[in-house]
Design a protein around this ligand. Structure first.
Ligand code: NCD
Length: 307
């Protein structure tokens, strides 16, 4: 049984919640691609005010694989938001039509406004640069799947640590585990927030901030690459200055651990060379695939569906 009704931020997750979801995801992974009937008669509303490929399709596919149905919105142009309807009214209205909602929006905390008046569970599928908790669960699932553990790993987080909601949410989620060494590697203008660094250190983890990856890769168990979040820059020149700062190529991996996992929430721009796609450490396409099982687990647990 989960400790929360809505998943708006990883702050809502206890360590026990994470364990429950990852365990249930493992069960779905093992029975991969069977359609079940546990969500028969239930409806997921999938409301995306910002572009998405993996998150939206994996949530929707997850609901179909559980035997449920989906109503979907890909653009606010198609809804009464265009007529001035508030998100809180929309939360009230959608609760009359469906059993669970997943929503993405460009404005931080907007999903909280929606959820305040919703009477069905709401999952944040990304609110601007703020949070992306279901992605963090699938990232944690992927780390555990390939590394066989999460505690005491050495993990490098690379790229846009300022605007990247996946990387920030994931670091926060990992603070629930023990003894992790966090290498935060970014351009000086895209640093991780001092508050997050303090949270990690207060939870007993080691945090080292760097502005280059030189000689670091052989130390790492996991490297989590991210895209510089172009859409969050007001000034294009500033984006162009930082966009090509970190590029992972087959040459960068010389001397790395044979068990290294390269993760990326995707989409990638040019942070990971396609020449690495066939490398045994390249786990980012598996990571995207595992999103299906984790979202099946999340929907099942949040709707308290039978096992
Ligand atoms: C990410 C997102 O939307 O935050 N993508 C995803 O959900 N898999 C990462 C990104 O857009 O860079």
């Amino acid at each position: 049984m989960l400790s929360f009704q809505n998943l708006l931020s990883v702050n809502e997750l206890s360590r026990a919640d994470v364990d429950v979801i990852l365990k249930r995801a493992t069960q779905f992974h093992e029975t991969s691609h069977q359609i079940s009937e546990v969500a028969k008669g239930k409806i997921l509303a999938s409301l995306f005010f910002e572009p998405s490929t993996r998150t939206r399709f994996s949530f929707e596919a997850a609901m179909y694989r559980l035997g449920g149905h989906v109503v979907t919105m890909e653009s606010s142009l198609a809804s009464s938001i265009q007529k001035g309807e508030t998100l809180s009214d929309m939360g009230r209205i959608m609760s009359g039509y469906c059993d669970i909602v997943t929503m993405r929006h460009a404005i931080p905390y907007s999903i909280k406004e929606f959820a305040q008046h919703a009477t069905v569970p709401v999952i944040n599928a990304g609110d601007g640069p703020n949070q992306h908790p279901s992605q963090s669960l699938l990232d944690a699932y992927t780390i555990k799947f390939f590394q066989k553990k999460i505690d005491h790993l050495t993990i490098g987080f690379v790229g846009d640590l300022k605007f990247g909601r996946t990387v920030n949410s994931l670091m926060q989620l990992l603070s629930l585990f023990s003894g992790i060494t966090f290498y935060c590697i970014s351009h000086p203008t895209l640093r991780v927030s001092p508050d997050l660094v303090a949270t990690l250190k207060n939870s007993g983890h080691t945090v080292i901030e760097m502005d280059n990856m030189n000689d670091l890769l052989p130390e790492l168990d996991v490297v989590y690459m991210t895209r510089v979040q172009k859409e969050r820059f007001v000034n294009e020149k500033e984006y162009l200055e930082v966009k090509d700062h970190f590029l992972l190529t087959p040459e960068s991996l010389v001397g790395c651990k044979s068990t290294l996992s390269i993760l990326h929430p995707l989409p990638r721009v040019n942070e990971i060379s396609p020449a690495l796609d066939a490398h045994p450490a390249a786990h980012f396409f598996d990571q995207a695939k595992f999103g299906l099982f984790v979202r099946m687990a999340l929907i099942s647990e949040m709707l308290k569906l039978e096992k």
